[in-house]
Design a protein around this ligand. Sequence first.
Ligand code: SF4
Length: 101
Amino acid sequence: MNGNFTRRTLVKGCLVAGALVPVAGLFNSVAYGDSPALDPSEPTAKALNYATKSAKADATCANCSQYQGKAGDATGPCAIFPGKSVASAGWCSGWVKKGAT
Ligand code: SF4
């Protein structure tokens, strides 16, 4: 083994690698917008009664103030569920009509 390889070098390498992993994830989601779909069975989603298909025709994620997706997209980000995408046809109890606030 190389005599210059020390425990300090290993620790430094691990710290740098650990710092880069979240940064790489940030660029990945920003560049590709491929946040994983919110699973309705996740605890927070369940607590807010999230469903991928709203039971109310006039209240869906697409017209919710928390929805950050583009009009016409099937899914998009939601401020309530960071890092996840929600169905534009979905709904949860955090729904507030877009433009009402
Ligand atoms: S707060 Fe609820 S209803 Fe509004 S966009 Fe997010 S998941 Fe959909």
